[in-house]
Design a protein. Structure first.
Length: 204
């Protein structure tokens, strides 16, 4: 019985190691093989003490390299668009837009994973234990002065399911994706921002 228990433990341990390795492989494969995609998302921001602060939702599209679009629809309308050169943020309620050079805005951020051309030059990858029916990998920024300290990426098989970010203040922001379609054709005009009539523009 003792030998059998040891064998079962060894098998479970080996399975866990393989599962963790698969999460890192899935992350590398996502960056390498998925050139475009679209999904719906729910974003939840949680404070450092664990209190839920706010939730929002919308649609997401991307096309490598460096083009992505987050269209928030609830509880308010906001648009975040990267056109390959700049990142634009538009607040519909304020009718105000801001822009920033992509090289300044992308860097060691989750957007670099979702739409960047490479991953490991900016991040150190590691496997994490499975949880919430997902396989997880972590991506830690190599630069010490980034806006966040860790990014956890969850996969269901090879499908991107969630991204959880912890910033330098301990606040967590989680994106849960659904209806994700890898390598979906995405119209190029979705990544072109046109300033609405009468909107203020702040360029950084």
């Amino acid at each position: 019985m003792k030998f059998r228990s040891l064998m079962v433990g060894a098998v479970l341990a080996t399975t866990l190691v393989v599962a963790r390795a698969d999460a890192v492989d899935a992350l590398r494969g996502f960056v390498r093989d998925v050139k475009s995609g679209k999904a719906t998302f729910v974003q939840t921001v949680i404070s450092a003490d664990g209190t839920k602060k706010k939730s929002s939702s919308g649609e997401f599209e991307f096309s490598r390299p460096n083009r992505f679009r987050f269209a928030y629809s609830k509880p308010y309308q906001q648009l975040v668009v990267a056109d390959g050169q700049k990142v634009w943020i538009y607040d519909a309620d304020l009718n105000q837009a801001s822009s920033r050079r992509l090289s300044q805005a992308l860097g060691n951020t989750p957007a670099a994973l979702l739409a960047g051309a490479a991953l490991e030059p900016q991040f150190t990858l590691a496997a994490l234990p499975p949880s919430q029916d997902l396989e997880w990998a972590s991506a830690t920024p190599k630069a010490a002065d980034g806006a966040f300290t860790e990014m956890r990426v969850g996969f269901r098989g090879k499908e991107l399911a969630a991204i959880e970010i912890t910033d330098s203040f301990g606040q967590r922001s989680r994106l849960d994706f659904s209806s994700f379609v890898a390598n979906a054709p995405v119209a190029a005009e979705l990544f072109v921002f046109k300033l609405p009539a009468g909107a203020d523009l702040i360029e950084q």
